[in-house]
Design a protein around this ligand. Structure first.
Ligand code: GAP
Length: 443
C-alpha cells in the first residue's frame, strides 16, 4: 500500500469533490450511512457495469435478475439467517458503548473490561444482524419482514423460474446487484462496513461432483477481474477461511482481501455453498427445486459456487488503490489513477482562453464527444489548474483547444497518468481515446 493514501485524505477528497457525503449531514449525520454525490454515483455505476459485463455479457451461461429486497419471512428461516446470522455482542455498563466480542482484545473480554473507558462489560450475547420491520398497518408476528442481509437468496428462490424461462443447462450462473442491509455492531472506516450497502453476487449452479473444479475456476477468475479493473496485484491476496470463520452455509470459502489503508481486509468472498440453500428451500417451501440433467440422466440438487463482492466496498478499494501523489514542478499533484472505464468523467475539454472563438469551438467539440464518452467542459482558471482539478477526480483524458486548433483543426490530447500531450485531429479524437482505453495499463 502506498504510504501516500490515508483514510483522512480519501474521505476529504470524496467530500470536497462530490464523490461521497455523510448521510443526513445537515442533521449531524447518521452513523455508518453514506450518500453518493455526482461523481460518486458515476463511479459506482461504472464499477457495477464493469462487473455486470464481466459476469453476464462475457459469459454465455450467466444471466441476471433483480429480485425484491423484501422477501417472504420464511426465506430467512430456510436460509438459516434467523437462527445463525448473529454476532456476539458485549455492552459497557459505564460508557454504554457496544462492541463485537470477537473484535476486542481477549484480555478485555476475559476480564470484562471495556477497551474504551475501563468500565465493566456484560457477558457476550448473540445479536441478529437482520433489520426487522413490518408490512402493512399491524405490527404483529404475522407481518414481520426483513431487509435482506445478502442478495443471494433472491436468486435461490428464483432458481426454478430462471431455469424454466431460459434454456440454460448446468453449469450456469445467475447474477444480481443490489442493496443489502446488516445491523452491524461496529461500523467504521468510511464506506468499508456500513448498515446499508450494495453487493454484486453470482451464484453458479453445478453438478455436486464438480464443486472443487468450479470453486478453483471462480477463485482465479475473480482475482484476475480485480487486475482487469486496474487494482494493483500487490494489494490483493487470498485468505482461506478456517473452520471457525466459515459461514453457516459454507463448506469452503476464500476471501479476496485488499490492503486497505487500515490493513488487509475482505473485499469479496468465494464460497462453496454446496446444496445447502436449495435443499433448505425445498424443505421449507415444499417445492421441487431439483434439476433433471439430460446428459447425465440424473436428477439432483445442484451445488452452488458463489462469488460475492461488495459494490460499495469495491468503490473504496478503487479509490484507495487509485490515489496517488507526486511532486510536479515543485507542487504536489494529487491524481486518481482510475481505470478509464470506471472514471466518472472520461474526457474534459478546455479552451486555452475564453476569447477569439476558442470557447465556442471547445464547446462544439465537447458536445460532439457526448455521444461517445462522459464529458466535462471547463473554461475557468489557468490551464494547469484545470488539468489538476481533473487529475484529482481521475479524468483520464483532457483536450485543449488553442489558436492552432482554429487553423488546422487539431487539439492537444493530454493523458492523465503520464501527463504526455499529443496533437490530434478533431475528427480523430473518439478513435484515439477509444484506442487509449483499450490499451490502458495501470502504472
Ligand atoms: N452471500 C454471501 C455473503 O453475503 P459476505 O462475506 O457476508 O457473503 C460478501 O459478504 C461481501 O459483501 C463482502 O466481501 C463485502 O465486500 C460485502 N459486505 C458485507 N458486509 C458489508 C457491510 N456491512 N458493509 C459493506 N460491505 C459489506
Amino acid at each position: 500500500m502506498a504510504e501516500k493514501v490515508t483514510m483522512d485524505k480519501l474521505v476529504s477528497l470524496c467530500k470536497r469533490r462530490g464523490f461521497i457525503f455523510q448521510s443526513s449531514e445537515i442533521y449531524g449525520g447518521l452513523s455508518s450511512a453514506w450518500d453518493y454525490g455526482p461523481l460518486g454515483v458515476e463511479l459506482k455505476k461504472r464499477i457495477q457495469n464493469f462487473w455486470w459485463r464481466e459476469m453476464t455479457q462475457l459469459n454465455d451461461n450467466i444471466v441476471g435478475i433483480d429480485a425484491a429486497i423484501m422477501m417472504h419471512p420464511r426465506v430467512w428461516e430456510a436460509s438459516g439467517h434467523v437462527e445463525n446470522f448473529t454476532d456476539p455482542l458485549v455492552d459497557c455498563k459505564k460508557c454504554k458503548k457496544r462492541f463485537r466480542a470477537d473484535q476486542i482484545p481477549e484480555e478485555n473480554l476475559k476480564n470484562h473490561v471495556c477497551p474504551e473507558c475501563g468500565g465493566e462489560l456484560t457477558e457476550p450475547r448473540q445479536f441478529n444482524l437482520m433489520f426487522k420491520t413490518h408490512i402493512g398497518p399491524v405490527e404483529d408476528d404475522s407481518s414481520i419482514v426483513y431487509l435482506r442481509p445478502e442478495t443471494a437468496q433472491g436468486i435461490y428462490v428464483n432458481f426454478k423460474n430462471v431455469l424454466q424461462t431460459s434454456r440454460l443447462k448446468i453449469p450456469f450462473g445467475i447474477a444480481q446487484v443490489g442493496k443489502a442491509f446488516r445491523n452491524e455492531i461496529t461500523t467504521k472506516n468510511f464506506i468499508f462496513r456500513t448498515c446499508e450497502f450494495e453487493q454484486m453476487e453470482m451464484q453458479f449452479f453445478i453438478h455436486p461432483s464438480e464443486d472443487e473444479k468450479w470453486f478453483e475456476y471462480w477463485k482465479q477468475k475473480r482475482f484476475e477481474y480485480y487486475i482487469k479493473l486496474g487494482i494493483k496485484k500487490e494489494n490483493l491476496r487470498f485468505h482461506q477461511h478456517g473452520p471457525d470463520e466459515l459461514a453457516h452455509y459454507a463448506k469452503k470459502a476464500f476471501d479476496i482481501q485488499y490492503n486497505f489503508p487500515f490493513g488487509w481486509k475482505e473485499l469479496e468472498g468465494i464460497h462453496n455453498r454446496t446444496d445447502y440453500d436449495l435443499r433448505r428451500h425445498i424443505e421449507y417451501s415444499g417445492k421441487d427445486l431439483t434439476y433433471l440433467d439430460d446428459q447425465r440422466r440424473e436428477r439432483y440438487i445442484p451445488y452452488i459456487i458463489e462469488t460475492s463482492a461488495g459494490l460499495t466496498r469495491t468503490v473504496l478499494v478503487v479509490l484507495s488503490d487509485a490515489y496517488d501523489e507526486e511532486v510536479v514542478e515543485g507542487e504536489t499533484r494529487v491524481v486518481l489513477r482510475l481505470h478509464p472505464l470506471v472514471a466518472p468523467i472520461t474526457v474534459a475539454v478546455f479552451p486555452l482562453v475564453k476569447k477569439d472563438g476558442l470557447s465556442e469551438l471547445a464547446r462544439e467539440i465537447e458536445r460532439g464527444l457526448r455521444e461517445h464518452f462522459s464529458t466535462f467542459y471547463d473554461q475557468g482558471g489557468a490551464i494547469g489548474r484545470r488539468y489538476r482539478r481533473q487529475d484529482e477526480i481521475g479524468t483520464p483524458y483532457c483536450i485543449t483547444v488553442d489558436y492552432q486548433s482554429k487553423e488546422d483543426k487539431t487539439v492537444t490530447l493530454r493523458f492523465r497518468d503520464s501527463m504526455e500531450q499529443i496533437r490530434v485531429k478533431i475528427e480523430e479524437i473518439p478513435a484515439r481515446i477509444n484506442e487509449a482505453i483499450k490499451n490502458y495499463r495501470r502504472v
